[in-house]
Design a protein around this ligand. Structure first.
Ligand SMILES: *[C@@H]1O[C@H](CO)[C@@H](O)[C@H](O)[C@H]1NC(C)=O
Ligand SMILES: *[C@@H]1O[C@H](CO)[C@@H](O)[C@H](O)[C@H]1NC(C)=O
Ligand SMILES: *[C@@H]1O[C@H](CO)[C@@H](O)[C@H](O)[C@H]1NC(C)=O
Ligand SMILES: *[C@@H]1O[C@H](CO)[C@@H](O)[C@H](O)[C@H]1NC(C)=O
Ligand SMILES: *[C@@H]1O[C@H](CO)[C@@H](O)[C@H](O)[C@H]1NC(C)=O
Ligand SMILES: *[C@@H]1O[C@H](CO)[C@@H](O)[C@H](O)[C@H]1NC(C)=O
Length: 299
């Protein structure tokens, strides 16, 4: 009940809505579940863009994510939100509610600060309140990863505001790809060439957003044409078996000097960033994704 009150206050909700919440609460805890959806919608409607789903691209300059704030979470969930926020070079992020005990071996919420031309860094969002470390990022990636034992935990609520001032190509886009069935990603999809100063992202996630230890995501990179050395892909994998508190691992660069083809194996999530510089755009690249079967294949 305390946390719900805190959320009400943080959002500056109408006093009437808060008091209704409190009365229902003291009568019957189960009613929290019923008022959840009613509570969520008016709040997030005041923001430009909001997400209640497991994983989405948010393009607006301000918004929020309210994921399972009033529902139990499931074990091994993998949800990724990409916050583009217009064309920005920084964000204000405020964590309003965390419904679980943050644990490096269990449930975690991570903000990844993605930056044109630089390597990303990752911050574990383990407490409520504003986070001061995200003011120099072009794109924000939020990863919600639940552990194998979630008890009666619930999800989280956060709010963001983009600070503006970004200078990446407006043709930069964000792609969240479910890897249940095999598929081919061609980039750029329809244009003959990608643009200068692009910063485009691809996240590959498991079927139904549930991590399954026996099932791999395999990505095969196929060379097209990227300006040698200057236009590159940066690859990151999420490794929940890692003993590090931070589960996103940087795997390095794919460029056309060295990598004709490349296979990336992972059981969890994969992030690929595409960076282009200020001139000489090329025709791009392709990825094939599968969830099994490439181990024995000779490329
Ligand atoms: C919401 O979006 C509109 C237009 O897209 C913009 O003018 C306005 O500043 C945004 N509001 C906030 C709070 O970001
Ligand atoms: C996480 O797991 C590792 C290895 O099993 C263990 O050493 C560590 O103490 C655990 N950390 C927490 C916070 O449970
Ligand atoms: C939150 O995570 C940081 C490292 O990212 C750590 O230093 C801090 O102790 C953690 N706080 C809690 C309450 O777990
Ligand atoms: C969740 O379960 C723990 C013990 O299993 C209990 O102490 C705690 O009060 C429960 N939390 C809620 C919100 O029901
Ligand atoms: C946000 O941008 C992505 C492409 O980057 C697009 O697929 C998606 O539809 C956009 N979402 C909204 C709500 O405009
Ligand atoms: C691309 O090739 C280079 C040089 O062989 C290698 O160091 C790098 O790890 C490869 N990139 C990936 C993502 O495997």
């Amino acid at each position: 009940m305390k946390s719900i009150l805190e959320i009400c206050l943080a959002f500056g909700l109408l006093a009437t809505l808060c008091s209704t919440t409190v009365i229902l609460n003291s009568e019957d805890n189960k009613k929290i579940a019923n008022i959840g959806p009613r509570y969520n919608s008016p709040v997030l409607h005041t923001l430009n863009d909001s997400s209640l789903r497991c994983g989405e691209v948010l393009n607006s300059t301000s918004g929020g994510i309210s994921y399972k704030a009033f529902e139990p979470i499931e074990p091994n969930e993998r949800c990724v939100w990409i916050i583009r926020g217009g064309n920005t070079d920084g964000f204000n992020v405020n964590i309003l509610y965390l419904g679980y005990e943050s644990n490096p071996n269990g449930t975690q919420l991570i903000a990844s600060c993605l930056r044109h031309y630089f390597e990303a860094f990752h911050i574990i969002l383990n407490q409520t309140g504003p986070n001061p470390y995200l003011s120099f990022c072009n794109v924000l990636m939020i990863t919600f990863s639940s552990g194998s034992n979630v008890g009666n935990s619930t999800g989280f609520v956060l709010q963001y505001e983009a600070l503006g001032g970004g200078a990446v190509s407006p043709r930069s886009t964000d792609h969240i790809i479910q890897t249940g069935d095999p598929g081919v990603i061609k980039y750029p999809e329809s244009a003959a060439e990608y643009d200068n100063n692009e910063f485009t992202t691809f996240v590959f996630e498991p079927t139904q957003n549930i991590f399954s230890p026996g099932k791999r995501i395999n990505l095969i990179y196929i060379k097209g044409l990227m300006e040698t050395s200057f236009d590159v892909l940066r690859v990151y994998v999420f490794n929940s078996n890692s003993i590090e508190p931070e589960k996103w691992e940087y795997k390095g660069v794919i460029d056309d000097n060295h990598n004709q083809t490349e296979i990336i194996f992972n059981q969890d999530l994969i992030l690929v960033e595409f960076h282009s510089d200020r001139n000489n755009p090329g025709t791009g690249f392709q990825f094939i994704h599968t969830t099994s079967g490439v181990e024995g294949c000779n490329l």
